[in-house]
Each structure stands twice: as structure tokens, then as C-alpha cells.
Design a protein around this ligand. Structure first.
Ligand SMILES: [Zn+2]
Length: 188
């Protein structure tokens, strides 16, 4: 069950202290093939990222520091997908490609919920290219798979198929990953 609480955060970029809605608890039962958790109750996704009301810096909550001092400032009021897009931009600037990929993917999920297919596809494409970049740099098959999953969700079916087939030819493929790849490939 998702429960929220008010928390006081300090922006790492401009030191502004502001109040935001944080998560006290949340839970999920299983995950989709692309890693999206099936959350119980209220969707907690909008509360994972924060936007500074002073300088617009946006990131996952863990990249802000918790403060005990309360502030009269409130977090910047933005729709959740826009917060994720801003956070993706900030992570790109910081050279944190994996967090940028996650933010684009999360924005894709939220746009999908809002039936904004075109915007969701663009986010998935932006997530896919970043996952693939990291996958190549770190020779990481899980990121390669996520690159394929995001390509699949962006509607780039041929690209997704090529990636899944590539993974299935790799030696010493972990059984759980193999199962996920088969499942996603059957959804093409
Ligand atoms: Zn700031």
C-alpha cells in the first residue's frame, strides 16, 4: 500500500530547502517484463522524483538531502511525466546515463497511463538508446535487454527482435533473463 508523508529536502545544486511529498511506504506484486512493478494502491511513481522550486534541478529523491528544518517553500508544481523529463535532462548533464535512461522509461510509463502514445514512444526511444549505450560500455546483458524492451515499447519491433535474438545467442545466459527475453520476444 502506498502512503505518503511531507518531507523537507535540500537541493544539491542551489541549497534551497523545500517541502515535498515523499513516500512513507509502497509495495508491489511482481513486475512487467520491462521492470515496471505492479504497484498496490496509489501509483507511487510521481513521488520518486523531485523538482527544486528555485533552480529547477530535478532528480530522484535520494539525490536530495533530507533536512529537519521545515521550509515555507513548496516543491515546484509540475505533472509527474514532466518532472521525469527534467530529471532525465539533469542526469544527462551530470553524465549519469543509467539514471537518465530510468527517468525516460518512467516518463514513458506515465505517458502510457495518460494514453499519450506519441510522447510515450519518444520517451521509450530516449530510454532505449541510453540503455544500449551503457550495455555496450559495460557489456551488461540486463541493460541490453532493457534497451530491447524500450525499443519494443517504442514500437521499434525490428530493432527489439534483433536485440532479443542477439541476447539469446550469448553463452552463459542467466536462466531468469533467458525466460524474460523469450516472454518479450513472444509479445512482438
Ligand atoms: Zn535548486
Amino acid at each position: 500500500m502506498t502512503t505518503v508523508r511531507e518531507e523537507s529536502l535540500r537541493c544539491p545544486r542551489c541549497s534551497c530547502v523545500f517541502l515535498a511529498t515523499g513516500l512513507a511506504s509502497y509495495g508491489f506484486a511482481g513486475k512487467d517484463t520491462d521492470g515496471r512493478p505492479f504497484f498496490w494502491g496509489l501509483n507511487p511513481l510521481p513521488f520518486f522524483v523531485k523538482t527544486c522550486p528555485e533552480c529547477d534541478f530535478s532528480a530522484f529523491s535520494a539525490d536530495f538531502s533530507l533536512e529537519t528544518r521545515l521550509s515555507s517553500r513548496q516543491e515546484a508544481s509540475l505533472p509527474a511525466p514532466q518532472k521525469y523529463l527534467k530529471a532525465a535532462f539533469c542526469y544527462d548533464e551530470l553524465g549519469n546515463i543509467i539514471q537518465a535512461a530510468r527517468c525516460y522509461q518512467h516518463a514513458g510509463w506515465l505517458f502510457e497511463d495518460e494514453k499519450e502514445e506519441g510522447k510515450a514512444h519518444k520517451c521509450y526511444r530516449d530510454a532505449s538508446s541510453r540503455y544500449l549505450e551503457i550495455a555496450e560500455k559495460e557489456e551488461n546483458l540486463e541493460y541490453l535487454f532493457l534497451g530491447g524492451e524500450c525499443a519494443r515499447k517504442a514500437g521499434d519491433i525490428e530493432m527489439a527482435r534483433e536485440i532479443f535474438d542477439d541476447i539469446l545467442q550469448r553463452p552463459l545466459l542467466p536462466p531468469e533473463l533467458k525466460e524474460l527475453v523469450f516472454k518479450s520476444r513472444s509479445n512482438l
